[in-house]
Design a binder for this molecule. Sequence first.
Ligand code: AMP
Ligand code: GLY
Length: 426
Amino acid sequence: MDILIVGGGGREHAIIRALKRSPRCGKLYCAPGNGGIAADAECFPVSAADIGGMVVLARELAVDLVFVAPDDPLVAGMADALETAGIAAFGPSKAAAAIEGSKVFSKGLMKQYGIPTAAYESFGDPEAALGYITGRGKFPVWIKADGLAFGKGAVFCADIAQAADTLRAMMTDRIFGESGTRVVVEEHMTGPEVSVLAFTDGTTVRPMVSAMDHKQVYNGGRGPNTGGMGTVSPNPHYTAVHADWCMAHIFQPTADAMRAEGRPFRGVLFFGLMLTPDGPKVIEFNCRFGDPEAQVVLPRLKTDLIDIIDAIRGERLAEAEITWSNDACACVVMASPGYPVSYPKGLPISGLDESGQAADPEITVYHAGTTKNDNGYITNGGRVLGVTAKAETLEQALDKAYTAVETIHFDGAHYRKDIGKIVISD
Ligand code: AMP
Ligand code: GLY
């Protein structure tokens, strides 16, 4: 099977490595890809957001499948456009991807179908939103732009002044464009966060092994939110009891709700959960693999990913047997100096050959923001590398990942020293 993967980050690198393990995998292509992905797949400079361009490329390459990995093209309807052009696509339709693309839609879905989530109201008018927040008089609150906002659309507001500033920025100044036409105002929840990704064909839901992301940029969970500074799998907070409860009250009901709404979700559905004192609740849904969750979940997948994709596309997931390694996996993200605010590009990266990835099959350095010049790899984005290791225990996986991180260098590189460690020292 010849496959074109849409995207160009660490998640796409992990997907490509998982596809490569399949005996059914033929030629791999990626658009736009990155410096490291180019060693595994032929890359083409078509933007992941360019739906027309991707249809043309897929046709030219005569691929058997296009795997649409990022949210923006899915929310904009890339899977539908490919299928309409007669090209097989893996990823939810535009109607189904609204579960990530519109907070107003996803919160309404949860309210209607009794899926546990933070209490909320949605607003199309900043005065009305501010009036509600003032009347409620309880802080903190979260204000969230309805649409996609580069992962920056959820804002924690400690008081009324911050709430007013946030509403002005989103709804009046439109810092996120159309995404700020409506907002959701949400109660603040507490508890550990868990990422559970699930394969679903619209009817059957097969959760993957759990993961824990580390969203804030600095050790101890300080500093601004990022796309994710590191992950471990399994998530040490998430027990078998949680898993059973979430299957019955969150995962299956969500797939059923989407089907009942005429938006069957076929692909990878990501449940961002919080284990609150009142039980697990949904923080958000994503319509795709997480980044860097894919980097720690996919190395644990023992079943052929292409077989699973086939089963989803053929709505035969109920028959599929999906097995996972009991090993733990850890990913430490090395970021550019200044990330997540502003950062330079083009810094030479050294030490990749010393990281152990060539000799030890359990160490993988996934490339996110890299490109290559005549002298080797250079930085080309905020999150640069996802240094990942698999081992029998989480401590061993973390040890291996951090040992590899210490061999790799670029000027000003920073990474969190406490990935998975808050839990270990608990
Ligand atoms: P979102 O963009 O909705 O995924 O939110 C980003 C992050 O903000 C989440 O991963 C949580 O850490 C935090 N967050 C969002 N909503 C809430 C909430 N209602 N209560 C507590 N934390 C939240
Ligand atoms: N790591 C969180 C996400 O992919 O949205």
